[in-house]
Design a protein around this ligand. Structure first.
Ligand SMILES: [Cu+2]
Length: 129
């Protein structure tokens, strides 16, 4: 066995020995990750349903938004989030609101005469003490 081949075997052995430790680490990280807050939204001329919902600050939020009729635009300027919402598919928007407060969202793709009314808000609450 050449010294290069021996070094290669040693490296493999070390990598194998490290695997259980990595597994433990991975499990601990998973256990600590907070559950995402799943919110399903429906977009339809000229409203979002629900128009208001509550989430907890510091925990990840997963919005699953389905448009029923048009490529509406989801836009939440204060959190710099935006997505087009093609009808018939679920569009996922992920974020973690860090600060409690009220954040408005609106449709930013002109969708008809009451487009300006198509808006809603997210109330971000402080986490329980
Ligand atoms: Cu719209």
């Amino acid at each position: 066995m050449t010294s290069i081949a021996r070094r290669d075997w040693m490296a493999r052995g070390l990598a194998l020995a490290a695997l259980p430790a990595l597994g433990l680490f991975g499990r601990r990280v998973l256990a600590q990750a907070p559950e995402p807050q799943l919110v399903k939204l429906v977009a339809q001329r000229f409203r979002y349903t629900p128009a208001e919902f509550r989430v907890i600050a510091g925990r990840p939020v997963v919005l699953e938004i389905t448009s029923l009729d048009f490529v509406h635009g989801f836009n939440m300027p204060d959190l710099k989030l935006r997505a087009d919402l093609p009808p018939g598919i679920v569009t996922t928007v992920r974020f973690t609101p860090e600060q409690p407060g009220v954040y408005e969202f609106l449709c930013d793709n002109f969708c008809g005469d009451k487009h300006e009314e198509m808006a809603g808000r997210i109330v971000v609450e402080a986490p329980p003490a």
